[in-house]
Design a binder for this molecule. Structure first.
Ligand code: NAI
Ligand code: MG
Length: 356
């Protein structure tokens, strides 16, 4: 029997709703797979904690998380706390402190979930976006001077390092190689941004030499949005900077039917620290407390977590259950259904229990 210690950080908005749903599904899996169990510890950090203490997590937060096998994260963001405080106070310190430099975002159309693209069905859109997660445009470099005066300046400096770009490129080529099509698209903006982005292109070409079996091409990020919409079939694995991939993956989620189904994994490929798994959506104030948050992204990221832990069979079982329930039309309103979060969760648990 293998027991995994999971740190759950539900945080804000619908985060607690979808993490609770995920915990139920993990419990159902644990009953089904005799060799597997989960020891979930919940950390009540986030915006409410901030309002009481002035910080989003305790000062020794990372030390508390470090002994865990993985982190299962909900969402951060509250209407009455500035977004840069919530993000930089909780999620980014974990990503950066644990050097989770590979952010992996699979997107595909799940049977039963309609794409807004005409004529595009399950099978036509099956991508994994790899987002550089430690530097680039979100490295936190920059500053403000002469605040409030007419001559005020704000700078936001993108940092690209050879080490950072090479390691994410290798990760992306490895991932592309592991998928049937062995196809990688490298996204930059190296026409307008002449330094860091040109270095990306050069490093991509260097790393590609070690992967003769992977077919790869380059796209400028603006043209990439067009290709994603017009010929989704032409793409498979995609690698891009922190900012570009952030934007492209929201688009990908929408094209696959809803942000509510899109998962993400923040991975430390060297396994020095726990990796973190989360839905890509935010705290969704507009539907918080209504019991209708789509839990599929939360289930899908749990399946990424199982893969990372080496539990491929349980991960596949979970995704089969999710796909069956969606195909049966038991889905939440964001994807055109009438089911509640709990009804979807019950159906997925039942599918896990009853699968032959
Ligand atoms: P959002 O992702 O929270 O919501 C965007 C839209 O998608 C809303 O209409 C929402 O109802 C819908 N939606 C999102 N997840 C859904 C789900 N599971 N089921 C059904 N519908 C869903 O993004 P928004 O509104 O831009 O941001 C709200 C807050 O979340 C902000 O404070 C923002 O900073 C934060 N945020 C946090 C993220 C994180 O923790 N990783 C990511 C994105 C935003
Ligand atoms: Mg985003």
């Amino acid at each position: 029997m293998k027991t995994y210690k999971i740190a759950a950080i539900p945080a804000d908005g619908i985060g607690p709703e979808v993490i609770d749903a995920g915990a139920q599904v993990l419990a159902a899996l644990e009953k089904r797979e005799e060799t597997l169990s989960f020891d979930l510890t919940t950390f009540h950090w986030g915006s409410d904690y901030y309002k009481k203490t002035g910080v989003m997590m305790p000062e020794d937060g990372l030390d508390q998380l470090k002994p865990f096998d993985a982190i299962y994260f909900g969402a951060v963001g509250a209407p009455d706390v500035p977004d840069h405080i919530t993000l930089w106070g909780l999620r980014l310190p974990i990503c950066q402190g644990f050097d989770q430099y590979a952010n992996v975002r699979p997107t595909r159309i799940i049977p039963g979930v309609a794409s807004p693209l005409r004529g595009v069905e399950a099978g036509d859109l099956d991508w994994v976006i790899v987002r550089e997660n430690s530097e680039g445009e979100y490295s936190g470099h920059g500053g403000r001077a002469h605040r409030g005066l007419p001559e005020e300046v704000g700078t936001e400096v993108s940092i690209f390092t050879r080490v950072g770009v090479t390691r994410i490129m290798r990760y992306a080529f490895d991932l592309a190689r592991s998928r049937p099509r062995k196809l990688l698209t490298v996204v930059t903006k190296s026409n307008a941004q002449r330094f860091g982005m040109v270095m990306w292109d050069e490093i991509a070409a260097e790393v590609a030499q070690d992967y003769p079996d992977v077919t790869w091409d380059k796209m400028l990020v603006d043209a990439m949005t067009v290709r994603m919409v017009k010929t989704p079939q032409s793409l498979d694995t995609i690698v891009a900077t922190n900012l570009h991939a952030d934007i492209l993956s929201d688009l990908a989620g929408a094209l696959a039917g809803s942000l509510g189904v899109a998962p993400t994994a923040n991975i430390d490929p060297e396994r020095r620290f726990p990796s973190m798994f989360e839905p890509i959506h935010g705290s969704a104030f507009d539907i918080t407390g209504k019991g209708i948050a789509n839990p599929v992204a939360s289930f899908w990221t749990a399946s990424q977590m199982l893969d990372h832990l080496g539990e491929g069979a349980a991960s596949a079982r979970l995704m089969r259950a999710v796909e069956k329930v969606c195909a049966d039309g038991i889905v939440t309103p964001d994807v055109g259904g009438t089911a509640t979060t709990q009804q979807v969760t019950d159906a997925v648990c039942e599918a896990i229990r009853s699968e032959n």
